[in-house]
Design a protein around this ligand. Structure first.
Ligand code: SF4
Length: 330
């Protein structure tokens, strides 16, 4: 029998639990999450707003608000557990090996400094080269990320660029240090579909050239289909399904994943899109049993009382649902 070669894992989250201390007590936005990011691959983390995706990314980067901390679990980058590092050590590692881009580049760019200079400073932080050499490098990077007239755009301020160009600047900034991992948190959500397609194409190209791993955080399964090798579906702080991207689209098992896929437009259909009834529960009101039970069309009494475990339903395909377990046994 032919065996698929095991991917080398760059980043591994093991039972990650992130908690917020609030006046309502302890809230748990990330509750025992296991995620593996293989070297050179793109992993999608997908779910609606409030599912814990961004908080997972912030936990990796050590960018949590002051009332929030990683309480349990490991964040292993190779052999190094990032949860054990001091803030200074973590900044050094994330600065060298992990970059992040956000949905709205305006929040990450300084509005009163020319964009070229901002990218140049990022280079000078990591490399001992002259300012002129760094400037030439920026212009080269601007060309690589498809910014037209890069010499002129070097001197532009963020507000003088379109949303798409600003996101290209951010991708350029994220790539200057050749990170091992690029975390992209909804990088195309604020852009129109044509620009979105260009940015996704650019990320794919850069990944091919540089072998960077990408963690793509998105609520959009279309983006996942376009870019990802493997997918983790998150719901209310937990991974509810994970599989290879083809397997997930061909054979989704969790009612939440099926709901998300039902909300995806199809080229060959005029049918109305299904949407998932109800809302993601708030952190204060987490259901005691399966967190999806209040919205699930298949919920039983057991579902409202017990939390389902993550069970294997195929090679590298796992689902957190009592129904999937039942299917497995039949
Ligand atoms: S465990 Fe029950 S409520 Fe949860 S997704 Fe499965 S069937 Fe629905």
């Amino acid at each position: 029998m032919e065996h698929k070669e095991k991917d080398e894992i760059l980043l591994r989250l093991e039972n990650l639990k992130t908690v917020i201390s609030s006046k309502d007590g302890k809230l748990v936005p990330v509750d025992g999450v296991d995620i593996e990011i293989p070297k050179g691959k793109t992993v999608g983390v997908v779910g609606e707003s409030g599912c814990g995706k961004s908080m997972t990314a912030m936990s990796i980067m050590g960018l949590l608000p002051s009332n929030t901390r990683v309480e349990e679990g490991k964040i292993l980058l190779g052999e190094t557990d990032l949860t054990k590092l001091s803030p200074k050590e973590l900044r050094k590692i994330t600065g060298d090996k992990i970059s992040i881009i956000f949905q709205e580049p305006m929040t990450s760019l300084n509005p009163v400094i020319q964009v070229g200079k901002q990218v140049r400073e990022a280079i000078l932080l990591h490399e001992k080269i002259s300012k002129e050499e760094a400037k030439q490098r920026v212009i080269e990077i601007f060309k690589q990320v498809g910014i037209p007239e890069p010499e002129r755009r070097y001197r532009a301020y963020p507000h003088q660029l379109s949303g798409g160009l600003r996101q290209r600047v951010m991708i350029g900034m994220a790539m200057v240090c050749n990170p091992d991992l690029l975390i992209a948190d909804e990088p195309t959500t604020a852009l129109d579909v044509t620009i979105e397609a260009q940015i996704l194409h650019l990320m794919r190209q850069l990944q091919k050239q540089k072998g960077t791993s990408i963690m793509m955080i998105t609520h959009n399964l279309g983006v996942v289909a376009e870019l990802c090798d493997k997918v983790y579906v998150m719901y209310a702080g937990k991974v509810v399904e994970t599989a290879d991207v083809y397997e997930l689209f061909k054979n989704p098992q969790h009612p939440y994943t099926i709901g998300l896929l039902g909300a995806l437009p199809k080229m060959d259909s005029n049918q109305r899109l299904d949407s998932i009834e109800g809302m993601v529960p708030t952190l204060k009101d987490m259901p005691a049993g399966c967190r999806f039970a209040p919205r699930c069309p298949h919920a039983t009494e057991q579902c409202s009382k017990q939390q389902p475990p993550l069970v294997s339903v195929g090679a590298e395909h796992q689902v957190r649902c009592f129904l999937a377990g039942a299917k497995e046994e039949n």
